[in-house]
Design a protein around this ligand. Structure first.
Ligand SMILES: [Fe+2]
Ligand SMILES: [Fe+2]
Length: 163
């Protein structure tokens, strides 16, 4: 399935991305791997893009700016979770809280929808569900992208073995 925003939507999307790149530490996540060979930064951009695409397709009643910002920041945990370190233990369970704390510290105008999106994006692994439509879209987009990245990573590994 191809996800493609219109030119006008892409302008909005990349405008918000640029803003966050200038005003936060999100670019640091380029150095941390998420799934397969995908960095946390690339994963976050893909998730936000798919989120926005789904919202537009469904004509969902969402605040687009919050949707894009919350999605871009959902994995703003800023560490390499593959590194063996006591503070990275149970990453799946704890990183949403860490991302939320980092975002709260770095983004003074982080609103309630964005905060809830970040805090609850690991539902159902974390048992508290999102309160807003923006958060539900994020949960779906995150799982779609994570699945695709994991499969792509495995295919790449297989290709390397066969060469
Ligand atoms: Fe996450
Ligand atoms: Fe994610």
């Amino acid at each position: 399935m191809a996800y493609q925003l219109s030119e006008e939507q892409e302008k909005i999307f990349y405008g918000i991305l640029e803003e966050l790149c200038k005003n936060t530490r999100i670019l640091e996540s380029c150095q941390y791997m998420q799934h397969g060979s995908t960095s946390v930064f690339r994963h976050s951009v893909s998730v936000a893009y798919v989120c926005y695409y789904l919202a537009e397709k469904m004509n969902a009643p969402v605040d687009k700016r919050s949707l894009i910002r919350g999605a871009l920041l959902h994995d703003y945990f800023l560490y390499d979770w593959h590194e063996k370190d006591a503070s990275h233990k149970w990453h799946g369970f704890h990183h949403a809280k860490r991302a939320w704390e980092n975002a709260l510290r770095d983004i003074p105008d982080l609103n309630e929808v964005e905060q809830d999106m970040i805090r609850c994006h690991m539902f159902p692994l974390n048992p508290i569900p999102p309160k807003y439509m923006e958060g539900w879209l994020l949960c779906c987009a995150d799982k779609i992208c994570s699945g695709t990245e994991t499969v792509a990573g495995k295919k790449l590994k297989m290709r390397k073995i066969m060469l």
